[in-house]
Design a binder for this molecule. Structure first.
Ligand SMILES: [Zn+2]
Length: 430
């Protein structure tokens, strides 16, 4: 029988939903070398788990810890020994965490920081860290519970989210890298909350009770749309709860791309005027809008000037488009942020125009582009033309944060039911 090792890891809770992460030294023999993780310690013979939590605080962080709830336990065969590990919450009762502490007899850490972003531990979890896996699972469970509570308060069993991003892996990596360095179209730090493998992203979304969602993808240059659409067709075929999504770019083959995607079964399109940098009134797109208007297919369009304006964002270009194609089923993404009143005007003029709620009312969006309080009654009145969107997984806060922010806007349960489910269910005949 292999020797057993019994360890505890500590989730030291800080202010405002933060927790402490520590970085392991670059030891070539350590499979988790250099990774951010949780402070952990191996129990002494006969030692109690909670006593070990206190000892970990003193020996590894130089603080007095008050142990809290046990978050979970996992076991693994580590080759030379069997590891059993538990995660505990704790709070700091005295001192300030600092690393490394003196004491060469056990692993000391090289860095420590409080963060609110559980994804900091995703790397360690992927490399087999049990404490990171326990913690991430407990975060998932807590988020699922918050979304379920939101649905109960609104009287909803399921949600439909019309603005979620799934795209080819390498493209999504590039998008995440762009957000990581706060590229010019993003403008500020933007930690991606749900950075994970595709299957995990799907599992998490389904765990929130989302019965249908989209795979918004978009080209930033000519020559990409067709291959993106082929990928999206394959994704929709293997993901029955995905509303088959397609896209286009202002280029000579655009109408052909759109016709082909409709033939493949596309049920919704994404048009990104900010990233694409094209004019929706470009003559290269005339047939595209005609096809989409005729087919009655919704086009979720990033046409507002947030987070950073583009040459053709704002109500002007898309307003001119709608004057020419009044039958178009345009869905204004992000409620048109930051030009909310102008896009509400547009919806007032065109009764087929809809709006999605992506990022609206969250603390993150309100800090840069607050929704004008005086416009709340107009948005309330448009309740049958507003659709839930979130930008999952590329959001710098949690999914329940987005839903609770929408709820706090105060439109009431009937509005939430229409927006978070019924309007989209009717639009897509779900
Ligand atoms: Zn988006």
């Amino acid at each position: 029988m292999k020797p057993a090792r019994h360890s505890v890891a500590v989730v030291v809770r800080g202010a405002d939903g933060t927790f402490l992460v520590v970085r392991r030294p670059d030891d070539p023999d350590d499979p988790l070398a250099g990774a951010w993780g949780l402070p952990a310690i191996t129990l002494l013979p006969g030692e109690d788990e909670r006593d070990a939590v206190v000892r970990a605080g003193r020996a590894k962080l130089g603080v007095e810890l008050t142990p809290g709830r046990k978050l979970g336990e996992l076991a693994a065969d580590r080759g030379a020994y069997l590891l059993r590990l538990s995660d505990y919450e704790a709070t700091v009762a005295g001192g300030t965490p600092a690393v490394p502490q003196p004491g060469a007899s056990m692993t000391q850490y090289v860095d420590c920081v409080f963060t609110a972003d559980p994804a900091t531990l995703a790397g360690a979890a992927a490399r087999g860290s049990l404490c990171a896996r326990i913690f991430l699972e407990s975060c998932d469970g807590a988020e699922r519970d918050r979304v379920a509570a939101f649905r109960r308060r609104a009287g909803l069993t399921r949600l439909v989210d019309v603005h979620t991003h799934f795209m080819p892996g390498r493209l999504l990596e590039a998008v995440w890298a762009y957000f990581d360095k706060a590229g010019p179209l993003v403008g500020r730090p933007w930690p991606i909350r749900y950075r994970a493998q595709e299957q995990r992203r799907l599992d998490v979304l389904r765990g929130f009770g989302v019965r249908a969602f989209t795979s918004m993808l978009y080209p930033h240059k000519p020559g990409m749309a067709r291959s993106l659409n082929d990928w999206a067709a394959g994704f929709a075929a293997r993901t029955p709860d995905c509303l088959h999504t397609a896209t286009f770019f202002a280029e000579p083959g655009a109408a052909g791309d759109v016709r082909r995607a409709i033939g493949q079964g596309a049920r919704v399109f994404k048009c990104h005027l900010q990233v694409g940098g094209f004019d929706p009134n470009d003559p290269l797109l005339d047939d595209v809008w005609g096809l989409l208007a005729e087919a009655g297919i919704p086009v979720v369009t990033h046409c507002g000037s947030g987070p950073v304006p583009g040459a053709f964002t704002g109500p002007g270009p898309v307003g001119a488009l709608l004057a020419r194609h009044p039958a178009l089923r345009l869905v204004v993404a992000h409620l048109g942020m930051p030009e909310y009143p102008e896009f509400l005007d547009l919806a007032g003029r065109h009764d087929r125009v809809m709006l999605d709620t992506t990022m609206a009312f969250t603390a993150f969006a309100e800090a840069a582009s607050p929704f004008p309080r005086a416009e709340l009654p107009r948005l309330q009145a448009l309740g049958d033309r507003v659709l839930l969107g979130t930008d999952y997984p590329n959001i710098p806060y949690s999914y329940p944060d987005a839903l609770e922010a929408l709820e706090r806007a105060g439109f009431g349960a009937a509005w939430l039911r229409a927006v978070c489910h019924d309007n989209a269910a009717a639009l897509f005949a779900l």
